[in-house]
Design a protein around this ligand. Structure first.
Ligand SMILES: Cc1cc2nc3c(=O)[nH]c(=O)nc-3n(C[C@H](O)[C@H](O)[C@H](O)COP(=O)(O)OP(=O)(O)OC[C@H]3O[C@@H](n4cnc5c(N)ncnc54)[C@H](O)[C@@H]3O)c2cc1C
Length: 366
């Protein structure tokens, strides 16, 4: 028997769950997810930070629009999803151009002396810091609470989350999309493609033009801090050319080589060489000897050519909605993007403004 709803969402990451939470109060929604739990891919592997100045102009607008919801996630969680962290950018002499470019148009960033930067993150080598600045209001995001809260909100309004249900065949029959999965067949007039790195694969299955999504692998490792050093209250610190970053994580340091290697969509794991090279770059910037890596992982950040998310109805297929290409910003922009999904699907005017909505529109890519 085919199960029918108003919306079918493919993908149970923060994009799919967030969209479901905003659509469900008004319409019936079914979310199909390949894995046996939500958030197994990019969403569960992120650095979990909100940085207002991260990304291009459109992303900065989405970050700003998302902040109030992350602070006061009504219906999703009783408490703020954000907690204090701060994000410090440091530059060597060679990175000064990248540093200036980042600060251009940035809001709420305070420049620091090298001494001040080292006082905040005492493992840094002062002689390597030509410039430093901090966004004090950058904060950690409780990603799991966010994801589970969105799913709970959607379920309260009747959304069905169907696990172990990879979309295997997608066809448009008269006015509905039909999706076959090992858990049975599903249909809806509107299909939302929130499949993360697999977004273009879903398009091919549905015979919709691809948007040119490139999944990029990003690796991370957990390192123990030096004996007796408490890193808990230190900021996130990133090199201005994004060649590494480090962040306190449950008393340890999470260090990423900030790698961006294009790969096919898959269940990603850290590349030994990328990790080793990135840890070497981190080691050059700090006084700490790297003794051991406790664990490592990787996830896929998926981008289209202009590194801006793709959100809106496809122009070549009725009822096919793109929610893809969130790159390295998909958690922190999820509140604004989920709201936009609901606004576009229900024909409401988006509070994001027309320039932002057009910058996200899939039509720009063709
Ligand atoms: C190392 C790393 C650090 C990051 N740091 C941050 C950060 O600090 N802040 C931030 O905002 N963002 C960050 N990101 C980016 C963020 O994680 C992503 O943009 C976001 O999670 C994307 O969410 P998503 O739901 O689109 O994708 P995903 O979480 O990947 O979800 C897509 C889901 O679709 C499912 N799926 C795929 N194909 C099918 C199918 N055929 N049928 C059914 N289901 C299917 C998959 O199983 C998957 O669960 C980071 C990413 C990485 C990898």
């Amino acid at each position: 028997m085919t199960r029918t709803s108003d919306f079918l969402i493919i993908g149970g990451g923060i994009a799919g769950a967030g969209a479901a939470a905003r659509l469900a109060p008004v319409a019936s929604v079914t979310v199909l997810e390949t894995e046996d739990a939500l958030g197994r891919h990019a969403t569960g592997r992120s650095a979990a930070i909100y940085i207002r100045n991260y990304g291009n102009k459109t992303l900065r607008a989405l970050n700003a629009a998302s902040e109030p919801v992350l602070e006061n996630p009504e219906g999703i969680s009783d408490e703020s999803l954000l907690s204090p962290r701060g994000q410090m950018l440091i530059a060597t002499e060679e990175e000064l151009d990248a540093y200036e470019a980042y600060l251009n148009g940035a809001e709420g960033m305070e420049t620091l002396t090298a001494d001040e930067a080292v006082a905040l993150f005492p493992l840094l080598r002062k002689d390597r810091i030509a410039a430093a600045a901090i966004e004090r209001d950058a904060r950690d995001i409780d990603v799991d609470r966010f994801l589970q809260g969105c799913a709970r909100l959607a379920k309260r309004h009747g959304t069905q989350f169907v696990m172990k249900a990879p979309a295997q065949q997608i066809t448009r029959i008269s006015d509905k999309w039909h999706v076959d999965t090992p858990q049975g067949a599903f249909e809806a007039p509107i299909l939302i493609n929130a499949a993360g790195a697999w977004g273009d694969e879903i398009a091919v299955m549905a015979r919709v033009q691809k948007v040119g999504l490139v999944p990029m692998r990003r690796s991370a490792a957990i390192l123990p801090p030096p004996e007796g050093v408490d890193v808990t209250g230190w900021p996130f610190v990133a090199s201005a050319s994004e060649s590494w970053y480090a962040k306190p994580d449950a008393g340890k340091l999470m260090v990423s080589p900030a790698d961006e290697d294009p790969v096919e969509p898959h269940d990603a794991w850290a590349d030994d060489m990328a990790l080793a090279e990135g840890l070497y770059r981190f080691e050059q910037a700090v006084t700490m000897p790297l003794t051991r890596v406790e664990r490592n992982w990787a996830g896929l950040r998926s981008f289209v050519s202009d590194r801006t998310p793709v959100v809106g109805f496809a122009t070549d297929a009725e009822g096919f909605f793109w929610l893809a290409g969130q790159g390295g910003y998909g958690v922190q922009t999820a509140p604004a993007l989920s709201q936009l999904v609901a606004d576009l699907c229900f024909g409401r005017v988006s509070g994001l403004g027309d320039d932002v909505v057009q910058a996200l529109n899939p039509a720009r890519l063709f």
